[in-house]
Design a protein around this ligand. Structure first.
Ligand SMILES: [Zn+2]
Length: 255
């Protein structure tokens, strides 16, 4: 009977997310890895409601070491190509060109010997137009913030000086902060979230703070060459824009 569990560690702002299904072996391996706590809510078919791991499977709790919270939050995530479970990249094995977790590797290897590929579909790269749409949404949101700020401080100086100052502030402070926070915490800006696309490293891991901030400024480079850096995405096999190539990132449909 497959297991599901609730996880909030990596997405405190988004609330709790449902993970699974996991077979017994994978579920137990996960508990033993320390990712599931005594208080983690779990569920499987037949249960009326979600219950703490300590209630459902007390035998697994005893084996759970205390979480390394700081490490967990700092470690970028990657996803097993078979079960889709988030893992830190060093816990995944590269096998036949895919990142696979230890629990799934035997099954995946066995599948390959039988000519069956058990892995999830490969990442679908998001093309130029959907990314253009996401950028448009972000642009509208930022413009609203920009004009709200201009109106809020309009009394402080001549209007053109204020609007110039606010524009500069948006360009060099608000926008990069927005992109970095959203990209690191949610793997997408609000525009990309709305359209179901995500920014990842080419190996499927999440961006670190440095890379997310760097990517914003690399986008400015894509802009100053008459937006040719963006148009490059339309002609690339992985749909990488110039700033994606510089930062080793891709934009993919949420899987
Ligand atoms: Zn797996």
């Amino acid at each position: 009977m497959p297991w599901y569990y609730a996880e909030g560690t990596h997405s405190r702002e988004q609330g709790v997310e449902r993970r699974g299904p996991l077979d017994d072996a994978a579920f137990e391996a996960l508990a033993q890895s320390g990712r599931l706590r005594a208080t983690t809510l779990v569920w499987q078919t037949g249960m009326a409601e979600w219950q703490a791991l300590s209630v459902v499977r007390p035998d697994l709790v005893a084996q759970t070491p205390p979480p390394l919270l700081a490490v967990e939050i700092e470690t970028p995530l990657a996803f097993c190509a078979v079960c889709g479970m988030p893992q830190s990249p060093e816990d995944l094995l590269t096998f036949s060109g895919r990142l696979i977790c230890a629990a799934c590797k035997p099954r995946f290897a066995q599948g390959l010997t039988l000519g069956i590929d058990l892995s999830l579909p490969r990442q679908q790269y998001a093309g130029f137009w959907i990314r253009f749409g996401a950028r448009l949404i972000d642009g509208i949101l930022l413009a609203i913030v920009q004009y709200a700020l201009i109106f809020a401080v309009a009394g402080l100086g001549t209007e053109s000086a204020v609007s110039l100052g606010v524009s500069g502030l948006i360009y060099f402070l608000v926008h990069p902060t927005y992109e970095a926070v959203m990209t690191v915490k949610h793997r997408a800006t609000l525009g990309k979230l709305a359209l179901g696309i995500r920014i990842l490293r080419t190996d499927g891991t999440q961006l670190t703070w440095g890379r997310a901030i760097g990517r914003y400024f690399a986008q400015l480079l894509s802009q100053v060459i008459l937006f040719i850096g963006y148009v490059m995405a339309a002609f690339d096999d992985r749909k990488q824009a110039l700033h994606d190539r510089l930062c080793d990132t891709v934009v993919v449909y949420e899987s």
